[in-house]
Design a protein. Structure first.
Length: 440
């Protein structure tokens, strides 16, 4: 008897993830917070009250599948549209057809994948048809719609957040793939439960990655004498040599990662900081970008509590510039751990921000005459530099001369903390202020 293979029939030529796409909500896996019994999106679908919406979530969580299910359940025509390959001309052609369908009483669900890639003009082309009800627009995006979708269009759509699938959801999908006739159910496959669990972990919440990986390990399995395809640890290791992690260097996840690194260092958690650093590097982040952020952190969050932190961060930037990846990863790790363990002070940051606020909001005061240069006789006659005291000529190396404008006299921006080396700075500044106030 001839062993069935994945290529016996034309419908088996499609990828496993496509063949296993569910047809209804009961077959759909994950997103229980949206389509579980009694949840809002499920009720809207079941009551046929669906309106335009945006699905925001990472890749492989079922955005396209859910849109297809909505179209099928609401008996609407499903039109799939890609922002990558379509322009305004294609948009208008689809809209014309949708308007014709509306006149005949047929609704159109227009699914737009990667809607964040459309420019403003392309997004605006949807507006009149969404408003008239010619289409039910379902946009899918991996980016924050607040930043990537026009406010006019966004205000007419309900945003639903789809979450990365849990390992138990992915494990359920993998087991279904092994038994379903649409999947691998016609094949005799031997694979351990622990290997399926490893694939689920490797997929990192992405159903497409999980199913594609399963298909790959099955293709590379070893056929035994009983015509059973056996998947062993070696095959698994070859097919999962590198975890495919979600990381878009220009998108939302980019900012989430750098925020996680920054806040872990601020919280003096070197382990978390090193983890987020390695996640960024593994995702292909430019090491010089990370190094620049570390230079900023050295003054913003460590500051005068350990001024060596800035030197370490600048040295790391130079090392990254000289060496590049992968060698500079250890220099970045060195700096991240140093900054995590350094005493923290944001006094410099607070001083800078408070002063910038005054500069923006208060009148632009002239420089006090006593600290103005007087390179000409006319300027001297106008009292430029009159009353200036050269601090080095005094015994204390200080003077009580006012350097701020009159309206800001006595204003304090820099207020040192007692952290690390800044304790000494605080004591010295306190003594200086007392002396200037005549309290010595």
């Amino acid at each position: 008897m001839e062993q069935l293979s994945l290529f016996d029939h034309s419908d088996h030529m499609a990828p496993l993830a496509s063949r296993l796409r569910p047809d209804n909500l009961d077959e759909y896996v994950g997103q229980e917070h949206l389509i579980g019994k009694g949840r809002i999106l499920r009720q809207l679908i079941e009551k046929d009250m669906v309106s335009s919406m945006i699905f925001w979530g990472p890749p492989g969580v079922g955005k396209t599948t859910l849109a297809r299910i909505i179209a099928r359940q609401t008996k609407a025509e499903f039109v799939e549209f890609s922002a990558v390959t379509s322009g305004i001309k294609e948009v208008k052609a689809v809209m014309t057809q949708a308007e014709d369908n509306r006149r005949m009483g047929i609704r159109t669900v227009l699914f737009t994948d990667e809607i964040h890639r459309f420019n403003k003009a392309q997004q605006d082309a949807f507006l009149p048809y969404v408003e008239k009800g010619s289409i039910i627009l379902i946009g899918a995006t991996t980016e924050n719609p607040s930043f990537e979708i026009n406010s006019a269009l966004l205000s007419r759509c309900k945003v639903f957040i789809l979450k990365a699938l849990e390992e138990k959801d992915l494990l359920k999908l993998l087991k279904h793939a092994l038994t379903s006739p649409k999947g691998l159910g016609n094949m005799r496959i031997s694979i351990e439960e622990e290997h399926l669990a490893a694939i689920a972990r490797f997929a990192n919440g992405d159903a497409r990655t999980a199913l594609n990986t399963l298909e790959m390990v099955v293709f590379n399995g070893r056929m035994n004498e009983d015509a059973v395809l056996c998947v062993d640890r070696d095959v698994l290791a070859q097919c999962m040599d590198r975890r495919s992690l979600l990381y878009d260097k220009s998108g939302d996840e980019h900012y989430n990662m750098i925020s996680a690194l920054h806040k872990s260092m601020r919280n003096s958690d070197p382990d978390a900081a090193v983890y987020w650093l390695c996640r960024m590097l593994d995702g292909g982040e430019d090491p010089l970008y990370i190094a620049r952020r570390l230079v900023r952190f050295a003054s913003e969050d460590v500051g005068m509590a350990d001024s060596h932190a800035l030197q370490v961060a600048v040295a790391a930037y130079q090392a990254c510039h000289f060496l590049g990846m992968p060698e500079c990863d250890v220099h970045l790790t060195h700096t991240v751990v140093y900054l995590s363990m350094a005493p923290k002070s944001n006094a410099l940051y607070v001083a800078c921000e408070e002063c910038k606020k005054d500069v923006r909001e208060l009148p632009a005061e002239p420089v006090p005459l006593q600290i103005c240069n007087a390179p000409t006789n006319l300027m001297k006659e106008l009292d430029y530099g009159k009353g200036y005291i050269y601090a080095h000529d005094t015994e204390e190396k200080l003077s009580r001369m006012q350097c701020l404008p009159d309206s800001l006299a006595g204003r304090r921006y820099y207020r040192p903390t007692r952290e690390g080396d800044e304790q000494q700075v605080k004591e010295r500044l306190d003594n200086i202020l007392k002396w200037k106030q005549g309290e010595e």
